[in-house]
Design a protein around this ligand. Structure first.
Ligand code: SF4
Ligand code: SF4
Length: 180
């Protein structure tokens, strides 16, 4: 049986690499917003965005934290931009076992951009004075069952890696410190 259709707002942050000046304000505000309690500290290692920097050639590429990957992928990417060869997987969005990016430094739990849930505009977009990050929104119809299945797959892989109790402990800690 086909599931119910429901409307969903899809948010896209358009990244203009040519406008990014590497100031890292996006990393700072993201980590402060997600600190517990909110704004109590800032540590770019906790940010859900990171800026790959190459100051000598004036290239800065903001990369957003995407989905958690339970295993390393078999193929790797290696980019060369303006003659500079970047590390393998440098621009990958996944939190994966092969590297430390996009992991909460204390707990090791994966970090993923949540578009600053609860805010009317993502804070990295608001704080990017160079207009390198611009928010676009559109409405799409999605299947309710598909959404539920996606959520279950995500939770299952987290539980496989960290154990359900650890996930529950972190959620309990977060809701206690940040009831809003
Ligand atoms: S705040 Fe904007 S200009 Fe600054 S590093 Fe982030 S994306 Fe680049
Ligand atoms: S949208 Fe919010 S959660 Fe995502 S990277 Fe920007 S500040 Fe962080």
């Amino acid at each position: 049986m086909k599931g119910e259709k429901k409307k969903k707002i899809v948010k896209t942050i358009k990244i203009d690499v040519d406008k990014c000046n590497g100031c890292r304000a996006c990393e700072v505000i993201c980590s402060a917003f997600h600190a517990a309690p909110k704004y109590s500290s800032n540590n770019p290692a906790r940010a859900r965005i990171r800026v790959i920097r190459e100051p000598l050639t004036d290239i800065y590429v903001p990369v957003y934290a995407g989905d958690y990957a339970p295993a390393e992928c078999a193929g790797r990417d290696k980019y060369t931009i303006d003659g500079k060869e970047y590390d393998e997987c440098a621009f990958c969005r996944a939190s994966c076992p092969s590297r430390d990016e996009f992991k909460e430094p204390d707990s090791g739990l994966p970090l993923k951009c949540d578009m600053c849930e609860g805010e009317d505009e993502p804070l990295c977009v608001k704080w990017c004075l160079a207009d390198a990050l611009v928010l676009e929104e559109r409405e799409e119809e999605i299947d309710e069952e598909e959404e539920q299945a996606e959520l279950e797959v995500g939770l299952e892989s987290l539980a496989d890696k960290y154990g359900m109790q650890k996930i529950l402990d972190v959620v309990a800690r977060m809701s206690k410190k940040d009831p809003g």
